[in-house]
Design a protein around this ligand. Structure first.
Ligand code: F6P
Length: 349
């Protein structure tokens, strides 16, 4: 059997751990594994390399992806709008003669993988995103690592907030979902946590900061890049043509600083955490979760159960049809226990 493996979308801590697990788990069978380079771009440009156990030695704790990735390549609608899926299929089926493809990626990658599966390429998906926003899946690898970075950043920003009597704002990633800001904010003891699922009232936030100015002297705010004040839209940083999800959010922290500063006595500073949340070595939790996902994907390949994405449900790995996932996301439910907890401890939401 010949299995292709690719990583699509943004990089994420734990990708190499999945690559390693799939390669090692299939190595014991009569199976050859080939890594497709830079995601679906590699299928379009004939870029691949053999993956043998020796090639994945020592990569468990390494950040990023040894295969490279590309977040602007959708073979069904490449940068110039042309559908090149037949060309990609030709390389996968006729040149490489793949019997299966394991696609590790976020929602964009899963949507593309699902379309290839419908065209007859047997595909297994593995969910990857620091945003933790893939449907049907309780936890994606990379999320825990991102949350750890946010928590540490808030710990550090709190030092300046307390010493200078300032309002310190940390802006997290997460796109249209608030998981990173919510969990990171709780872990870092943020006084206010602002997420996309709950538009916030700017005047109420000013009043909250004023009250803290007189009582505590400082405020720590954790804001998701997709958060918005009531009556305002998303803060968009850029538009990347050719990307399955072209809008790049960013800058709402700086926007909030500009809104708050004229209305408060304290100085306000905003820090954009950006790609620091996505880089570097995965936490132990993410290494284990990524290894479990990789082994489960290999098992699905062995059993010939294609068109499915690996998921974590409660404590167990299982899988769901890719068609249940493609084109959907997983926002924080408004009755989520973490939101309730944040509310109980007096966090501004
Ligand atoms: O989906 C992961 C993510 O890191 C988002 O949280 C963020 O909005 C986006 O990717 C950034 O993408 P890029 O690296 O293309 O700017």
């Amino acid at each position: 059997m010949h299995v292709g493996l690719l990583t699509g979308g943004g990089d994420c801590p734990g990708l190499n751990a999945v690559i390693r697990a799939v390669t090692l788990a299939l190595a014991s069978d009569e199976t050859r594994v080939t890594g497709i380079q830079r995601g679906f771009w590699g299928l379009l440009h004939g870029a691949s390399r053999p993956l043998e156990p020796a090639a994945v030695r020592g990569i468990l704790a390494e950040g990023g992806t040894i295969l490279g990735t590309h977040n602007r390549c959708d073979p069904f609608r490449d940068v110039d709008g042309v559908d090149r899926s037949a060309q990609a299929l030709f390389y996968a089926v006729d040149v490489l003669k793949l019997d299966a493809l394991v696609a590790i990626g976020g929602d964009g990658t899963m949507a593309i993988a699902e379309r290839f599966h419908r065209l007859g390429l047997p595909v297994v998906g593995v969910p990857k995103t620091i945003d933790n926003d893939l449907p049907e899946n309780d936890r994606s690898f990379g999320f825990d690592s991102a949350v750890a970075v946010v928590a540490e950043a808030l710990d550090r920003l709190a030092t300046t907030a307390r010493s200078h009597g300032r309002v310190m704002i940390a802006e997290t990633m997460g796109r249209y979902a608030g998981w990173i800001a919510l969990e990171g904010g709780l872990a870092g003891g943020a006084d206010a946590i602002l997420i996309p699922e709950l538009s916030f009232d700017l005047e109420a936030l000013v009043a909250f900061c004023r009250e803290r100015e007189s009582r505590e002297g400082h405020t720590l705010i954790c804001i998701a890049e997709g958060a918005k004040a009531t009556g305002h839209g998303f803060t968009v940083k850029a538009r990347l043509e050719g990307s399955p999800d072209p809008l790049r959010l960013g800058g709402v922290g700086a926007w909030l600083q500009a809104q708050l500063e004229p209305q408060l006595q304290s100085e306000v500073r905003a820090t954009l955490l950006g790609h620091v949340q996505r880089g570097g070595t995965p936490t132990a939790f993410d290494r284990v979760l990524a290894t479990r996902f990789g082994c489960h994907a290999a098992q699905l390949v062995r059993e010939g159960r294609f068109g499915r994405m690996v998921v974590l449900r409660g404590a167990d790995c299982s899988s769901v049809p890719l068609s249940d996932v493609a084109g959907r996301s997983r926002p924080v439910p408004l009755d989520h226990e973490l939101l309730v907890a944040a509310h109980h401890i007096g966090t501004f939401l």
